[in-house]
Write a protein that binds this ligand. Structure first.
Ligand code: BTN
Length: 241
């Protein structure tokens, strides 16, 4: 059962006293985290009525078949940027899914998690004045998705503890960010599903195809397009199958 007590029980001693909220139904855990005044803590929902994704998209959040949560981190937006927090969050999520579900997922730059070619989790990082909110939605057992998200998929994990998964994601994220070590970037690269692949993307209104060459220490993606190296800072890329 997804409860405050079960999440707390699965956190290590140094994080056990942090504020944790679990909602049956809420608009968006990121919105609630932003409305709160805590500088570190965990907001979890069984169902979201207005889950938000990147680029103004919505995030499909049906009841009880996914984990929808937001982690408030006591770091400034500038620290988050310099640390490439988006990449850190993707690694924290991949580790949590591996630990709790025994499933190895890949990271699609910047921070989507994929399994068997389908997006099974997405991350939305939002900055506040002196804190940062990392929201994640993980499709655990959702069987069908709206027609407008054909690439969405699910872990199809049975009998997993959502409380353990929530605790593991938060703990991995707290550990990575508080360590200040950027060793996680090598794991980010080794879990990448883009490197070495042909991709397509848009830049400055133009369509490109390219080979994904490397992910830089600052999280940028370097690609080779028509013999020229280009650097992508953010945005969506597609793998050409
Ligand atoms: C994306 O794939 O574009 C990011 C999706 C992020 C969804 C999560 S679910 C929990 C948290 N609350 C939200 O409203 N969004 C994030």
């Amino acid at each position: 059962m997804l409860t405050v007590d079960n999440i707390r029980a699965n956190l290590c001693a140094k994080y056990k006293a942090l504020p944790i909220v679990v909602y049956d139904t809420i608009d968006s855990t990121n919105t609630q985290a932003k409305l709160s005044s805590i500088d570190q803590g965990i907001f979890v929902a069984k169902h979201q009525t207005a889950g938000r994704g990147r680029q103004g998209k919505s995030f499909y959040s049906p009841d009880s078949t996914g984990l929808y949560m937001s982690v408030v981190l006591p770091i400034t937006p500038m620290e988050a940027y310099e640390f490439t927090l988006t990449a850190a969050a993707a690694v924290a999520a991949a580790r949590a899914i591996e630990n709790v579900c025994n499933i190895s997922v890949q990271i699609k730059w910047v921070n989507d998690l994929y399994l068997h070619g389908k997006k099974v989790a997405g991350i939305l990082t939002e900055a506040d004045i002196d804190r940062v909110i990392v929201g994640i939605g993980i499709n655990i057992s959702t069987e069908s998705f709206p027609a407008d998200i054909p690439l969405a998929g699910s872990l199809d994990a049975e009998n997993i503890s959502k409380s353990k998964l929530a605790a593991s994601f938060a703990e991995n994220l707290f550990d990575i960010t508080s360590s200040k070590s950027r060793e996680f970037m090598s794991e980010y690269r080794s879990r990448s599903m883009l490197l070495g692949k042909e991709i397509s993307f848009e830049k400055d209104g133009n369509a490109f195809t390219a080979n994904a060459l490397r992910i830089e220490d600052n999280g940028e993606l370097t690609v080779l397009s028509n013999g020229i190296e280009l650097t992508l800072h953010s945005g969506e890329v597609q793998i050409i199958l």
